[in-house]
Design a binder for this molecule. Structure first.
Ligand code: GBH
Length: 502
């Protein structure tokens, strides 16, 4: 029995009600897990992975269109996002599916090249503006609040032609794009994230062949991209703060992926290596924004500078911030958007090419082979790592509410997806433990993903959906999986069944 649950008197009455509900549903009322009444539950998607219609409605070419059209068979099954789930045409169906899951919020991303086909505001595509107006209005008409990601990796190709994110001028383009979004949607959209998973898309410059633009400038271009996106993020936040917050009264954050790197042994060298890995992977983006001192983590600055010097570079491969830039970026978020999937046992050692972020981190991530493996080779169910991640974030970045923007499990498309149910049950339990026992301020959670969508490297061979999508059907028929029913009940009752509590 849990006795340490913190409860305000305001939530007590509501919780009592839910206790009654959970008694009826599961029998063991006292052990069910309780979310706050105002907790935001929902599902998440991303434009390139669901929309399709790659050349319809006035949309410009983006870097994934370009990469997949010029380099065939990059994905495991040879698919790409040309049609994906066809959500461009089927958004009303998708809203209905979300509605059927009793969500409070729906997280989607906007395709920059649908709004600005060539990336700049000299050419604004009204059809693109209208499309997202329809989606946003459709959500609101169903009492679902939109949570919007401005950038989930699908950069307009024209901006890649001038160098992409390593070009610091991209920050100027991004802030103009953000302005168009605030102007057109800010009256109705109250939750904004600038970027989804910086660490994942700067990998497009680290030689990762499945993430566009698939440029190999490892240990150089990826740090440049990180520098630019941090300035772009800060500029978009400050624009909102200065010109829109007073009237629109929304929140602006950024979503950072934090895989958990756990020391493989008690040896100090491994403890230090795991912490370094967390700092190189998550801290590189979190530290400049969410700490009171700002700037990149000291260990990152020091190691990249030392390695660069040893390698004969005339300067650090990390583009260092001026004191003015440190101040400019510091504090530019209203919440911490978190994507969390899994954990890795970590030891001190050498990994990665020379030069690379991995080599700079000086850590080796292993594999928890005793834990359940998803269809994705990188994903195991290690629930306790979620609780550790949440506690680490509070300790590193005190004072920021955490909105979990992605968490999910891949299989090969089973409708009776018990593996996904087990994953969600266990991860939600650890999130509740972090909230109720450790006092971590988690305010929302959107599950990845509403649909079996196009997965970046593995196409449709690994499926994260709460709904099955038949990609051989021109109509892309959607079928609810058992997990969608499982989460629906949790979302509606804001209660986690007792049997999942741990
Ligand atoms: C998220 O990335 C993305 O935001 C989302 O678009 C995606 O669909 C979802 O997760 C599921 O993958 O292939 O061994 O080189 C999660 C973080 C980082 C996980 C890159 C996969 C590649 C590992 N991803 N990583 S590997």
């Amino acid at each position: 029995m849990r006795t340490t649950v913190k409860m305000t008197s305001a939530t007590r009455a509501h919780s009592l009600l839910l206790l009654v509900a959970s008694t009826a549903a599961w029998g063991v009322a006292q052990d069910a897990g309780q979310f706050p009444a105002d907790f935001l539950f929902g599902v998440a998607t991303a434009s390139y992975q669901i929309e399709g219609a790659w050349n319809e409605g006035g949309k410009g070419e983006n870097i994934f269109d370009h990469m997949f059209h010029t380099t065939p068979n990059l994905t495991t099954d040879g698919t790409n996002g040309d049609v994906a789930c066809d959500s461009y045409h089927k958004y009303e169906t998708d809203i209905e599916l979300a509605k059927n899951m009793s969500v409070d919020v729906y997280r989607l991303s906007i395709a920059w090249a649908r709004i600005l086909p060539t990336g700049d505001i000299n050419n604004i595509n009204q059809e693109g503006i209208d499309y997202y107006n329809n989606v946003i209005d459709g959500l609101l008409a169903n009492d679902i609040e939109p949570v919007i990601t401005m950038f989930h990796w699908d950069l307009p190709q024209k901006l890649q032609d001038i160098g992409g994110w390593p070009n610091p001028r991209l920050a100027d383009y991004f802030v103009e794009y953000a302005r168009v979004l605030y102007e057109n949607y800010g009256d109705r959209v109250k939750w904004w994230q600038t970027f989804n998973e910086p660490a994942s898309f700067v990998a497009g410059y680290s030689g990762n062949t499945a993430i566009a633009p698939a440029i190999n400038s490892s240990g150089v271009g990826d740090y440049m991209a990180a520098y630019t996106l941090l300035k772009a993020h800060a500029a978009a936040y400050r624009l909102y703060d200065e010109q829109y917050r007073a009237t629109q009264q929304g929140k602006v954050g950024i979503t950072i992926n934090v895989m958990w790197y756990e020391p493989a042994t008690d040896a100090q060298a491994d403890v230090d290596a795991a912490e370094r890995k967390n700092q190189f992977y998550a801290g590189l983006y979190g530290h400049p924004i969410f700490t009171s001192e700002g700037d990149y983590p000291a260990v990152v600055k020091q190691r990249v500078a030392e390695n660069s010097q040893a390698e004969g570079y005339p300067r650090s491969r990390l583009i260092e911030f001026t004191p003015e830039e440190v101040e400019y970026i510091k504090g530019t978020a209203d919440f911490f958007g978190l994507n969390h999937y899994t954990s890795y046992p970590t030891t001190e050692g050498v990994s990665g090419s020379n030069p690379s972020m991995d080599l700079d981190a000086g850590a080796v991530a292993g594999d928890y082979t005793d834990y359940p493996l998803a269809a994705s080779s990188w994903l195991r169910s290690v629930p306790w790592g979620f609780r550790k991640t949440l506690n680490w974030l509070v300790q590193q970045y005190p004072g920021y509410p955490i909105f979990v923007m992605e968490n999910g499990w891949s299989d090969t498309g089973e409708l009776d997806d018990q593996g996904r149910i087990d994953y969600y049950g266990a991860y939600l339990a650890e999130m509740l433990n972090a909230m109720n026992e450790d006092g971590v301020p988690v305010i929302g959670y959107t599950a990845w993903s509403l649909l079996d969508n196009f997965e970046w490297g593995t196409g449709f061979t690994t499926r994260f959906g709460l709904h099955y999508v038949d990609i051989t059907d021109p109509d892309r028929k959607r079928t609810p999986k058992a997990s969608s029913r499982f989460l629906e009940e949790i979302f509606r009752t804001k209660t986690l069944p007792a049997k999942y509590m741990r």
